[in-house]
Write a protein that binds this ligand. Structure first.
Ligand code: PEP
Length: 250
């Protein structure tokens, strides 16, 4: 039985004050949604604050990106060992905004996934097609290619310690959500791709849905057999909405 994970990607939002308030709100309601795992992903500079606020709680934290390198002359980058200093449990890799706005290729994403795993930080690998790709009927080809880059580098066993997030790019931040069946179809495809290599790993890998998930649609999405939680952007900036999404997964 896979436990559901509800993860909040805060993107480049928040301030020290707003983050304190947001975490107070989430902590206050966390016990009521204890049947699902919760995690938050602040901007790097607030990692210390988040660690301080969440240590000893049931809520995990991580970052939205990491460098593929462990240290060195990479101005502006943040390395995995630095995330270890702040006890990050997870790191998001290959978010579509990283792929499209910052040119991260499938190979770079695979190396970031590997860098995280090497340190015992669980990568959340984001995959997903653009609207154009969906309309051309190549969703599975795109998602399969994104997944294969990681499988080629790291092998199927790597997914014993990793999470996948299916995030159709056309649904991120647009208010347009995939229908539960559209999402389920791609989740089932991802699980089948893993199962070709190792059915046991495929059965235990958590596959989250991301893309305008909110309290009103979270229940029907998470009721689908291959949807194991959500990666939430906008709605994760509001404690009540984030908790309501988690509640829908309980
Ligand atoms: C995301 O950025 O991962 C995301 C799913 O955003 P939103 O929920 O705002 O669509």
């Amino acid at each position: 039985m896979r436990r559901k994970l509800v993860a909040g990607n805060w993107k480049m939002n928040g301030s020290a004050d707003s983050i304190r308030q947001l975490l107070d709100g989430i902590k206050a309601g966390a016990a009521e949604v204890a049947a699902v795992d919760l995690a938050v992903f602040p901007p790097f500079v607030y990692l210390g604050l988040v660690e301080q606020q969440l240590s000893g709680s049931s809520i995990a934290w991580g970052t939205q990106n990491l460098s593929e390198h462990a240290s060195g002359a990479y101005t502006g980058e943040v390395a995995g060992p630095m995330l270890q200093d702040f006890h990050c449990a997870y790191v998001i890799v290959g978010h579509s905004e990283r792929r499209t706005l910052y040119g991260e290729t499938d190979e770079v994403v695979a190396r970031k996934f590997a860098a995280a795993r090497k340190l015992g930080i669980k990568p959340i690998l984001c995959v997903g097609e653009t609207l154009d790709e969906r309309e051309q009927g190549v969703t599975e080809a795109v998602v399969g290619r994104q997944l294969k880059a990681v499988l080629d580098l790291e092998g199927i066993a790597a997914f014993n310690d990793a999470v996948i997030a299916y995030e159709p790019v056309w649904a991120i931040g647009t208010g347009r959500t995939a229908t539960p069946q559209q999402a389920q179809d791609v989740h089932a495809f991802i699980r089948a791709e893993l199962a070709k290599l190792d059915p046991a790993v495929a059965a235990k890998t958590a596959i989250l849905y991301g893309g305008s998930m909110k309290p009103s649609n979270a229940g029907e999405l998470m009721a689908m057999s291959d949807i194991d939680g959500g990666l939430i952007g906008g709605a994760s900036l509001n404690a009540q909405e984030f908790l309501a999404i988690a509640k829908a997964g309980c």
